[in-house]
Write a protein that binds this ligand. Structure first.
Ligand SMILES: C[S@@+](CC[C@H](N)C(=O)[O-])C[C@H]1O[C@@H](n2cnc3c(N)ncnc32)[C@H](O)[C@@H]1O
Length: 341
């Protein structure tokens, strides 16, 4: 099943690697304050395991896309608009990309314009990653590989531009945008910040929720994780903040702290890079509470630009508080356990 609203950086669509849901328990709400494409929440909604979700993301592009996805009318308009431009993939792909990039950079308040433009831009850029400069403007170019593969999918023929009549119909069959499934009986609230997301959850009737905290990743300042030059880590996407700044560290710790304080949250799962500083602070949070928790190193990020095989790359960690330990267990589940889950 296709999960998540779009491909992109930090996506948690590998459910064996990131087993957030612990299959034995029943939860009545899902809280995901740093949702982005939302692979995890989408999967469990689509499987019918939850109907109520509270999510948020600070990125207006993400917000616009969730806004359109949740409305049948807007879903149709956006899909038609994206599919309507596919002929331009053949005729003027770079012009199309530049035009869409300008829409994203214009700061438009229209969710339709912004989700159409940002979804199209993602198809064109390396790693589907919309990076931006300090002023918040996209600073990524269309990748040659991506453009060529889009053109191929769109049905590029060797005899272009001497195209046969009807080529536009053929073209539309070769490349089509489709939204991932959205169920009419799902109740998904989207907020603009992680604090508002937790406020929305706290004022709901949910009694036993599961929360997934996937903040922008953090590493200590001056650490040089598998990097040349200054060793400084650059933001991986528009709202990564400073990956070595205190505010990025605080996002992770403060959000977990607030969730753990809530007795109506039965399980919290969190991911980040492993560092002594972060592990120490998480352990300190747990010292104040008497909840069971587990920590599992996951290895290097497979999607890192500089190759996950280098032994000085940062390692991802997986923290589980409450519920049942899942990391590393997936392959050990017996058939009986799987059937009972
Ligand atoms: C690592 S990504 C999450 C990826 C997601 N789990 C997925 O599967 O696609 C972190 C997200 O946090 C968002 N973010 C950063 N600061 C935030 C804040 N203060 N409140 C809410 N979201 C924030 C970023 O825009 C980004 O989309």
């Amino acid at each position: 099943m296709k999960t998540g609203l779009f491909p992109g950086p930090g996506g948690k669509g590998d459910f064996k690697k990131y087993p957030v849901w612990d299959q034995r328990y029943v939860y009545d709400g899902w809280v995901e304050p740093f949702v982005s494409a939302g692979h995890q929440v989408h999967r469990y909604l689509a499987h019918g395991l939850i109907k109520r979700a509270f999510v948020s993301d600070i990125d207006p592009k993400v917000k616009a896309t969730w806004f359109c996805w949740r409305s049948p009318e807007l879903r149709e308009i956006v899909a038609n608009r994206i599919n309507g431009v596919s002929p331009r993939l053949l005729i003027d792909p770079i012009g199309l990309y530049e035009e869409m990039k300008a829409v994203v950079d214009s700061g438009t308040q229209s969710p339709i314009e912004l989700s159409v433009a940002s979804l199209i831009c993602r198809y064109f850029v390396f790693g589907n990653t919309l990076r931006s400069n300090r002023k918040g403007k996209l600073n990524v170019c269309a990748s040659k590989d991506k453009t060529q593969s889009l053109q191929k999918k769109a049905g590029k023929t060797n005899d272009y531009p001497q195209l046969e009549p009807g080529f536009l119909e053929d073209l539309n069959q070769g490349w089509r945008f489709e939204w991932p499934w959205f169920g009419d009986d799902w109740n998904v609230s989207f907020s603009n910040s992680w604090q508002q997301c937790l406020d929305a959850f706290e004022s709901s009737n949910c009694q036993n929720a599961i929360a997934f905290v996937d903040t922008p990743y953090w590493l200590p300042p001056k650490s040089r994780p598998g990097r040349r030059g200054t060793g400084a880590l650059t933001p991986a996407y528009t709202h990564h903040g400073n990956p070595q700044g205190q505010e990025t560290f605080d996002l992770f710790i403060n959000c977990i702290d607030r969730l753990l304080d809530n007795p109506r949250v039965g399980r919290v799962v969190a991911t980040n890079y492993i560092s002594d500083e972060l592990c120490f602070e998480v352990a300190r949070l747990l010292d104040k509470r008497k909840r069971e928790w587990w920590f599992t190193p996951l290895g290097t990020l497979a999607t890192m630009n500089n190759g996950s095989h280098r032994d000085d790359c940062p390692i991802e960690g997986f923290w589980e508080f409450g519920g049942r330990r899942m990391a590393g267990r997936y392959d050990q589940l017996s058939l009986l356990e799987a059937a009972a889950a």
